[in-house]
Design a protein around this ligand. Sequence first.
Ligand code: AP5
Length: 216
Amino acid sequence: MRIVLLGAPGAGKGTQAKKIVEKYGIPQISTGDILRQAVADGTPLGLEAKKYMDKGELVPDEVVIGLVKERLGQDDCKKGFILDGFPRNTSQAEVLDRVLGEMNMPLQLALSVDVDFDVLMKRLTGRRTCRQCGQMYNIYYNPPKKEGVCDKCGGELYQRDDDKEETIRKRLEVYQAQTAPLIEYYDRKGILKRVNGVGNIDEIFANICAILDTLK
Ligand code: AP5
């Protein structure tokens, strides 16, 4: 299964990708997670990326494309992968098509998780993530049992630096201008499917599985 997940910031790409990993056993490649790890590690790449992430802008293509190429070349991607947060613009999508073509692993599906813009702001300002295991919560929609503490592993929950209202607005603008056109890009290639991303997380996942099961 070779899948790209599309959707605005807060659409639930990460939430659903983690469930796909659990059920189908293919790796999630999240450029946002890779970049945040580089920031946390204080690597030169992380320090460079942080300048853009804190403003809600896209990190330059040459940085992100290099990371994804390297990751796709690893052995566990031979059985498939879910790209989450990549590609983010048409030039990234074109490079991806070329790289996957050379590897003989063309994309099978671009799945757009659709959520109205007014819902996204509340999802993003309410998001909390576990520092230890990456489990996600939302203080409005799916809060942890004990405030600030992960239900799964007891780890500390934190708020992402770019989940401040002003930065969220910029991220949504960038999505509209640069990433939303990919929906048409993949539609033209005949591999686009869409799911409604509003409602119960498990019900959305069931709708996604119904689509993924047609790929096997
Ligand atoms: P990235 O990490 O990719 O962030 P994003 O696209 O803004 O997406 P999010 O992670 O914010 O949202 P999501 O759709 O995964 O939603 P989630 O499941 O968490 O990118 C961050 C930055 O890195 C970018 O701004 C850029 O600077 C840089 N970057 C990354 N990739 C790049 C690239 N390719 N090129 C250049 N730069 C790049 O859910 C959100 C919240 O909603 C959670 O609290 C969750 O619990 C809740 N939720 C989920 N589903 C539901 C539901 N059904 N009902 C109620 N609540 C729900």
